[in-house]
Design a protein around this ligand. Structure first.
Ligand code: SF4
Ligand code: SF4
Length: 441
């Protein structure tokens, strides 16, 4: 049986060029850039000063805020500057710049934990927090908060998201094939933290090798089961994954914990294992570098802080005629215009496209065809929200439940005219979030 949800679309998955390519370790370049914003939540404040020597895995930024995660250096060397630099989200943010000495001197705090089995739940959550782990599917929500649901929310199931439904991205795919045991070890620790005895690993059927590897490995782990999902976008959205695997519906404005579920990404599980068993912080991640604009599409393990240009050059550089570069997948990713930005914890991919794969939209009028409505996986009315978003009418957007939009990009992808509904909707959603933060302050 293949699990799925109603609706969704089937874009060309574009995964052929990297799905069979083993992960290549990338060495860090001379200058590394560590933004103090690498997660959803409060930014960190640097805890090092210019001129300080730092080691691999040393904490260089932290915050007292509840929703935040510390930042660590992925190299050893000297702090060269602390200054605003461009972030892949387009903003200038405070960054710690480290001159890499190439020695890879590891911080003494990083070593195998001698008594990992004897750790209490609160010890383990503390280790996850101190390791700066965030959701690695792209959302970058601090993991220690996900693993500490409020006491009145009874969690009975842990779901591991191996759908990787975004076209082109194959980083989770490779992790499942190459290191399934680390994923399973991380799942077992997450189950222990949450006090649950059941975990489902959801994988789309277009990844047969990953399904076999995870199934073979999961046999040795009590309560861990692989579930095969239909290949469909956005199968990896938390709400759709939960619905497909359990039939439970997360109500509007609520979280997975409200229906007894906690969802984590595949490589987040590996990061949890590394944090608890080795006290190793999150300082590198797998990045798929692909698209028609890349000479040698590759999956790299990239030290966090490495500039995009260095990663792109390591994949042979750009082909002629690149028109668009995206961080993340083509449906939900963020367009990039400055290749000096660094890889952050949420960088699942760097994609470059030539005109072969890009159809520029001219913002021609909406023809009210209703395609975006029939395809919206959240059952919203994108054509109306889009129209009100373009007028800047926030109240009307709220009336049409704009905050339920998961920014999946389907309305733009399927638009029969030349509209950009998902981009217009996201702009207003971001504005609403900013306003509510200001009100809280
Ligand atoms: S981006 Fe939002 S409005 Fe558009 S299809 Fe996706 S969920 Fe619906
Ligand atoms: S798909 Fe495009 S043209 Fe059709 S109703 Fe939606 S916004 Fe309008």
């Amino acid at each position: 049986m293949k699990y799925t949800f109603k609706g969704g679309i089937h874009p060309n998955d574009g995964k052929k060029s990297t799905e069979n390519k083993p992960i290549v370790q990338l060495n860090a370049p001379e200058e590394m850039v560590f933004p103090m914003v690498q997660h959803i939540g409060a930014p960190c404040t640097p805890c090092v000063a210019v001129g300080d020597d730092v080691a691999v895995g040393q904490k260089i930024g932290d915050s007292d805020a509840f929703v935040s995660a510390p930042v660590h250096s992925s190299v050893s060397g000297k702090v060269k500057a602390i200054e605003p630099r461009r972030h892949p989200n387009g903003n200038m943010v405070q960054c710690v710049i480290i001159e890499n000495d190439g020695l890879n001197t590891v911080h003494p705090d990083i070593h195998p934990y001698t008594d990992a089995d004897g750790l209490s739940v609160s010890d383990m959550i503390k280790l996850v927090r101190e390791a700066g782990i965030v959701g690695m599917g792209g959302a970058a929500f601090p993991t220690h908060i996900k693993l500490s649901p409020p006491e009145d929310k009874k969690i009975d199931l842990c779901i591991v998201n191996g759908a990787e439904c975004e076209p082109y991205l194959t980083s989770d795919h490779r992790v499942m094939i190459e290191t399934p045991e680390y994923v399973c070890k991380g799942i077992t620790l997450i189950m222990k933290i949450l006090g649950v005895n059941k975990a489902y690993i959801g994988i789309e059927e277009n990844k047969p090798e990953a399904i076999s590897a995870m199934k073979a490995c999961a046999k040795a782990y009590d309560g861990v089961e692989v579930k095969v999902l239909k290949t469909k976008y956005p199968q990896g959205s938390e709400k759709h994954l939960i619905k497909a695997l359990t039939g439970r519906e997360v109500p509007s404005g609520k979280l997975p914990a409200d229906v007894g579920v906690v969802v984590n990404n595949i490589d987040t599980c590996t990061a949890v294992y590394n944090a608890i068993a080795f006290r190793r912080p999150l300082i590198s991640r797998i990045v798929t570098v692909s698209g028609s604009g890349i000479k040698e599409p590759t999956n790299f393990r990239v030290p966090v802080g490495t500039p995009f240009q260095y990663v792109i050059d390591s994949a042979g550089g750009f082909n002629d005629g690149v028109e668009k570069v995206i961080m993340g997948g083509p449906m939900m990713g963020v367009a990039q215009f400055d290749m000096s930005v660094p890889v952050v914890k949420g960088t699942s991919g760097i994609l470059a496209f030539t005109s072969k794969e890009i159809t520029p939209k001219k913002n021609a009028p909406c023809i009210s065809c209703g395609k975006c409505v029939s395809n919206c996986p959240m059952n919203l009315m994108p054509l109306y929200i889009n129209a009100y978003a373009q007028m800047g009418d926030v109240d009307k957007c709220l009336e049409y439940n704009i905050m339920d939009c998961i920014s999946c990009g389907i309305c733009t992808y399927t638009c029969q005219s030349e509209q950009l509904p998902s981009q217009n909707i996201k702009r207003i959603k971001d504005e609403i979030v900013k306003r509510s933060r200001k009100q809280v302050k």
